[in-house]
Every structure is written in structure tokens, then in C-alpha cells.
Design a protein around this ligand. Structure first.
Ligand SMILES: Nc1ncnc2c1ncn2[C@@H]1O[C@H](COP(=O)(O)OP(=O)(O)OP(=O)(O)O)[C@@H](O)[C@H]1O
Length: 256
């Protein structure tokens, strides 16, 4: 022990999730460390997105979904109370696979969340917009055209606007569901650099199909298969010395 204890933002214990009669997650347990990047990898349909979307209680918007087990956010059961949903969504932001800016100006995209939270003063909003766009490494590219429609930007720029929109609500955790899969290699690298910078301030959980991406940017990796968590450990260890044969088969390209 070196005296520094890892703080965990999420603690997932024996978590199960069903879509109707179909079980999509089986007894998933792992802890998500604070200010680290945790990658969730695994073949298509293994439950990565389901797990991610459960962390801010988005899966329960689907009527057939039911769950068992416990997920704690900062020590509190996320399913315990109704009001936990609002609290969670303020603290746990999400960036989706396809950049999904609103058909509004760059400025309005970023100011949207703060406005919903009741911030009206132009000066305060201006500051939040600039800070968020700087945080998402896109300020220099857009500062002279904040009033232009965000649809006029490239895919990679749009994704950074979506990250800025997420930062504007000052989350603790950012969930990213394959945030670069719709982007070209150069935009992908930019987003990866950005994600690495963001972990100083935020905890990041990223679902990715791309094992190289997980290896490049994450501190911890969870490997899932058929709704089960097969292995969760330091990313270096998972890729260099996997404990489970199924992890080894997956990372060496034998399936998936
Ligand atoms: N809304 C839904 N209704 C019913 N079943 C669903 C729903 N969403 C996902 N599933 C099922 O749950 C399982 C896990 O899906 P999920 O999207 O979480 O996997 P994934 O690992 O993220 O896949 P991919 O990498 O292809 O996005 C799959 O069998 C899928 O068909």
C-alpha cells in the first residue's frame, strides 16, 4: 500500500438487466475509479451500451426494462429515489456515437444546458460558453462564428461541440458511447487527445469497438461478452497479460 486510496465514482454490484424476457446484463460487478478513463470493450451486442446507459438511468426509459443488483454513484444507490434521476443527469453527462448538435447556433448548443438550469444572464452564459468550448479544444476554431449553425461544422468539430455542450453542465462523469466511430482518423486522434486531457477534471467511461483506442487512452478496461463482465483490470495488464482465455481470444482477434 502506498497510502493513496482509489476513490470510486460508480460501484456496480451484481447488476442484472432484462429487456422483457431477454437478459442483457448478467451479474456485472466492477468499480469505476475517479479521474480515470475506463474503457468498456467487447463484441457487438455484448451489453456495452446497455451498461453505459444504465449509469445515468437512460435504459429505464424503455418500458420493458427491469433490473436487479446495485449501482452506487458516490456511495448512493442510483435507483433509490426518483429525484436521483435529475441529480444523476446533472452530474453524469453523455456524448453519443454520432455527433448530435441541435439545429441551432454553436453558442446556443453550448448555452442550452445552463439555460435549462435557470442561468439567464448573458455575461454568465458567455463565460460558460467560452470555458466549455475551450475545454473541448474547439474555441479557437469557432470563436469568430459562434452565431453560425452548428450543422455547418465538420463531424469532428460537431463532436467537440457536443463535448462542450456536455461540459457546460459541469458534470463529474462523462459517458461516451463510441464517440469517434463516425469520425475520420484525424478527428478521432483529436478527440482522443481531448479525452486524455479531460480526465484531470472528469471521470470518463468510454464504450469502444476499437481495441487500439482502448489501449491508447484508457487506464482501466472492462471486457464484456454475452452480457457478462469477463475481466476488469488495468488496461496495460488486460492487453499484455489477460487472465481469462476469452479475453485473450478477443484481443488477439480470434473472434468479435
Ligand atoms: N431497446 C432494446 N430492446 C430490446 N433489446 C435490446 C434493446 N437494446 C439492446 N438490446 C439487446 O441487448 C443486448 C445488448 O445490446 P447493447 O446495445 O447494449 O450491446 P453493445 O455491446 O453496445 O452492442 P454494439 O457494440 O453493437 O453497440 C443485445 O442483445 C441487444 O439486442
Amino acid at each position: 500500500m502506498n497510502g493513496t486510496q482509489t476513490e470510486n465514482v460508480f460501484k456496480i454490484s451484481d447488476f442484472n438487466l432484462w429487456y422483457g424476457n431477454d437478459q442483457a446484463l448478467h451479474q456485472v460487478s466492477f468499480d469505476v475509479p475517479k479521474n480515470k478513463i475506463t474503457a468498456v470493450i467487447g463484441p457487438s451486442g455484448c451489453g456495452k451500451s446497455t451498461l453505459l446507459k444504465t449509469l445515468n438511468r437512460m435504459t429505464e426509459m424503455i418500458p420493458s426494462v427491469h433490473t436487479s443488483g446495485v449501482i452506487q454513484y458516490n456511495g448512493k444507490d442510483i435507483f433509490a429515489k426518483k429525484q436521483m434521476v435529475e441529480e444523476l443527469r446533472t452530474h453524469v453527462g453523455m456524448v453519443f456515437q454520432k455527433p448530435n448538435p441541435f439545429p441551432k447556433s454553436i453558442y446556443e448548443n453550448v448555452a442550452y444546458g445552463p439555460k435549462i438550469h435557470g442561468i439567464r444572464k448573458k455575461k454568465v452564459l458567455d463565460e460558460i460558453v467560452e470555458k466549455s468550448l475551450r475545454g473541448a479544444a474547439i474555441w479557437e476554431e469557432v470563436k469568430d462564428r459562434l452565431n453560425q449553425n452548428a450543422y455547418g461544422l465538420s463531424g469532428g468539430q460537431q463532436q467537440r461541440i457536443c463535448i462542450a455542450r456536455c461540459l457546460a453542465i459541469e458534470p463529474d462523469v462523462i459517458l461516451m458511447d463510441e464517440p469517434t466511430s463516425a469520425l475520420d482518423p484525424i478527428s478521432t486522434l483529436k478527440i482522443e487527445e481531448l479525452i486524455k486531457e479531460l480526465k484531470d477534471k472528469y471521470t470518463i467511461i468510454i464504450v469502444t469497438h476499437n481495441m487500439q483506442q482502448a489501449a491508447r487512452i484508457s487506464d482501466k478496461t472492462a471486457f464484456m461478452l454475452n452480457g457478462e463482465l469477463v475481466e476488469f483490470t488495468d488496461t496495460d495488464t488486460l492487453f499484455s497479460n489477460p487472465k481469462d482465455k476469452r479475453t485473450e481470444d478477443y484481443i488477439t482477434g480470434r473472434f468479435g
